[in-house]
Design a protein around this ligand. Structure first.
Ligand SMILES: Nc1ncnc2c1ncn2[C@@H]1O[C@H](COP(=O)(O)OP(=O)(O)O)[C@@H](O)[C@H]1O
Ligand SMILES: [Mg+2]
Length: 307
């Protein structure tokens, strides 16, 4: 019977196993990469990796078995395909590095899967929960939709030519935007680390369960919530000098009696030529949602005033 790999010691063993496998074997053996993904994500929960003292022997034995099981496993989990899609080799290296350098201690399953990014639940070395947002470098639609938010932002002068660099810049842009908002005291997830296309954020929720987004909660006193959210939009503009740019009932989480704005990839500086248009659109989106709850709203012009 394989031992359960839940303790810290066991986890360390798994990590050294992964590192070893990745460096010495995986380059020429793509199957092994998929296996490592499984291990990293605790995917193979039914029978976690058995680790003998002889790592080499173990790698070989698992590999043979894995080859045999691969077809079954792909059928077994609908997730496999999306995992492989997210975890191209470069992304795995980035996540491994984070695990090995102690930025991340554990990485668990996927929380949300979008077309352009996936969010995983993780734990930092102090035991705090974190959200790991991984941007897909394979997304074709990414480049097209995103250019207008990067172009025109004075902070992003050199526009990268390849999609991979653009995605990296996008992740770093979300991180910087979150830093600005966080430093200005605005309620956003704490930006912890960014590297390449992987972003680590403070977890909004508890015990691996993310807090609901605005759309998912039945609000008591909706008019008060409307005021709170409009106030946040104004603070974001005045204190952080940012416009969110994609604000809606889906990008506001409600952990515990207060709103937290998320998803800052497309947020722009107030200097951006289209900042005002984006700001008006954000307010309109929020108005639209609260009007559906019969709340009296204010026009964007009234909210924005002389800004
Ligand atoms: N910091 C976080 N903590 C917990 N859950 C999060 C966090 N950030 C995002 N999520 C979850 O992931 C979902 C997608 O995140 P978001 O940043 O909006 O990405 P996308 O660009 O895919 O819309 C959110 O609706 C929320 O449920
Ligand atoms: Mg979103």
């Amino acid at each position: 019977m394989a031992p359960k790999a839940s303790s810290g010691e066991e986890f360390d063993k798994i990590m050294s196993y992964c590192k070893h496998a990745l460096i010495s074997e995986a380059t020429s053996q793509p199957n092994l990469l998929v296996l490592i993904i499984d291990i990293l994500l605790g995917f193979d929960r039914r029978e976690r990796v058995s680790l003998s003292d002889k790592v080499d022997e173990n790698v070989r034995r698992r590999e043979v078995r894995y080859d045999r099981e691969r077809r079954v496993r792909i059928k077994w989990s609908e997730d496999t395909e999306s995992l492989e899609e997210v975890f191209d080799r470069r992304t795995i290296m980035t996540v491994l590095k984070m695990l090995n350098t102690g930025i991340l201690k554990e990485l668990h399953g996927a929380l949300k899967s979008g077309k352009e990014s996936k969010i995983y639940h993780g734990v930092d070395p102090k035991g705090n929960e974190v959200a790991v947002k991984i941007f897909l470098t394979t997304s074709n639609i990414f480049r097209h939709g995103r250019l207008k938010y990067i172009r025109g932002d004075p902070r992003f002068k050199d526009l990268p030519h390849d999609t991979q660099s653009l995605v990296d810049q996008w992740a770093s842009k979300e991180f910087k935007n979150l830093e600005l908002a966080d430093h200005a005291g605005i309620s956003v997830p704490k930006p912890i680390h960014v590297e390449k296309n992987v972003l680590i954020l403070g977890f909004i929720g508890k015990n691996g369960i993310p807090a609901p987004v605005l759309r998912e909660v039945r609000l008591q006193a909706a008019a008060d919530w409307y005021k709170k959210i409009i106030e946040l939009i104004k603070q974001l503009y005045d204190k952080a000098k940012l416009v969110h740019g994609d604000l809606s009932e889906y990008n506001i989480m409600i952990p515990n009696g207060y709103p937290v704005i998320i998803d800052f990839g497309q947020a722009v500086s107030t200097e951006h030529p289209e900042a005002r248009a984006f700001l008006e659109r954000d307010i309109e989106n929020i108005n639209h949602y609260f009007e559906s709850l019969n709340v009296r709203t204010q026009s964007p012009v009234r909210v924005i005033g002389a800004r």
